[in-house]
Design a protein around this ligand. Sequence first.
Ligand code: ADP
Ligand code: MG
Length: 416
Amino acid sequence: MAGSGWAPPRLDGFILTERLGTGTYATVYKAYRKRDTREVVAIKCVSKRSLNRASVENLLTEIEILKTIRHPHIVELKDFQWDSDHIYLIMEFCAGGDLSRFIRMRRILPEKVARVFLQQLACALKFLHDHNISHLDLKPQNILLSTPENPQLKLADFGFAQYMSPWDEKHVLRGSPLYMAPEMVCRQQYDARVDLWSVGVILYEALFGRPPFASRSFAELEEKIRSDRAVETDLVVEAVKKDQEGDASAALSLYCKALEYFVPALHYESDARRKEAIRAKVGQYISRAEELKALVTSSSKKLLQRENPARELLKEMAKDKPRLCAALEMASAAIAKEEEGKDDGDTLELYQRSLGELLLLLAAEPAGRRRELLHAEIQTLMSRAEYLKDQMKMREAQSMGKEALAEPVRSACTLQ
Ligand code: ADP
Ligand code: MG
C-alpha cells in the first residue's frame, strides 16, 4: 500500500527514497527526478480515503491553483499526479526538516531567531490570505526549513485543510488541538482568523520550548485556555522551588529572568484586571529578589574574599610561561576591579578574555600539578564571571521592574 507501506510507492518519472515524515493525512518521501538533472524533490502521498465529502475533482482544481502560487516562504508545489488510491504532490525539497524538530534540538530559540522566523511566517500568511487561502492547520510540524544552516522558513501543508475535515467519521479530532483556535476545536463556526491564534502559539513555543497550553487531555486544554490566569512561566515555578530548597543564588537568578518576561507583559496588557494581577506579581518578585540578593551577597563576599593560596602557587609555577603569566595577570586584574566594586560590563569582559586565554592554555597543558591548579582556577573564575553576569542582569531587571511599577501609578494620578 503506497503511502504507509514499508517500501516507498512507485511513481512514474521519479525514484522515491527515504521517508521524510508522516503527518496527519499523508506520508512524504524524498525523491529524484529520473530524467537528466536528477533534481531532488519531496513527494507527498495523500490517500484518497482521507478526503472528506468534497469531491476529489474539487481538490484537483485547488491543487492547480496552488501550483501557480510562488513565494519565497511557501513550499513550492511543482506538480501533481494521481492514481486510484492516492494523490501525489511533487514539492520543493526542504533539507532543514520541520520547525518542530528545529526547536526540540535547540530547546528554545533566541529572540533574534524567533523574530526573523515570525516575520517570514507573517509574510507567507499575508500572501496566502491576499489570495483568499487560509492555512487552517498551522503548527511547527507544517513549517519547514529550507536548509540546515541559515534556514529560511517555508510554509507547507496548506490549502488542503478545507477538504480534510479536522474531524473524521468517528468524530476523532485530527491534527493537534494544541495549536488550534478554540472555536475550531469546539466545532463551532470559524474563519481565516484561526491562523492568527496558531501563530501566537507557535511563537510562544519557539521562545519557551513548549506550547503555552501543553496538556494531556482535552479537559485540561480547555481549562487552561479558558482560565484568565497569566501563563505562568516555568521560571517562576523553578524559582519558588529553588527558594524553598534554600538555594538562594539559583532562586535569585530565576526570579530575575522571570522579571525579564513579566515586565514587558505589564507594558502590553490592556485588560485592567489582568494588568493589576501582573503588577502584584512583579512587585512580589522584586521584593523577594531583593531579600535574596542581600542573602547571596553577604555569603558570596565571604567566599570571594577568602585568601587563595592556590592562585599564588599557580602564579609561581607559571613563571616560565609568559602567556600563562599574562592570562593570570588579566584574571587578577578582573578580580581586583570587581572587589573595588566595579561590577560592570568592562570587568565582565576582562573575565571573559582571560578565561578564553586560560581555556586555550589548559587544552595544551600536560597532566600534572600545574594542570590541576589551572583547572581549579578556571572554575573559580567561571563562577565569578557567572555571578557578576547575574548581578548585572539582576540590577537591570529590578530597575526595569521598578520603572514599570511606577508608571501606571503616575498616569492614574494625572487622571484624577
Ligand atoms: P500532512 O498533511 O500529512 O501533515 P505534511 O505536508 O505536513 O503532511 O508533511 C509531513 C511531514 O513530512 C512534515 O512535518 C515534514 O517533517 C515532512 N515534509 C513535508 N514536506 C516536506 C518537504 N517539502 N521537504 C522536506 N520534508 C517535508
Ligand atoms: Mg502536516
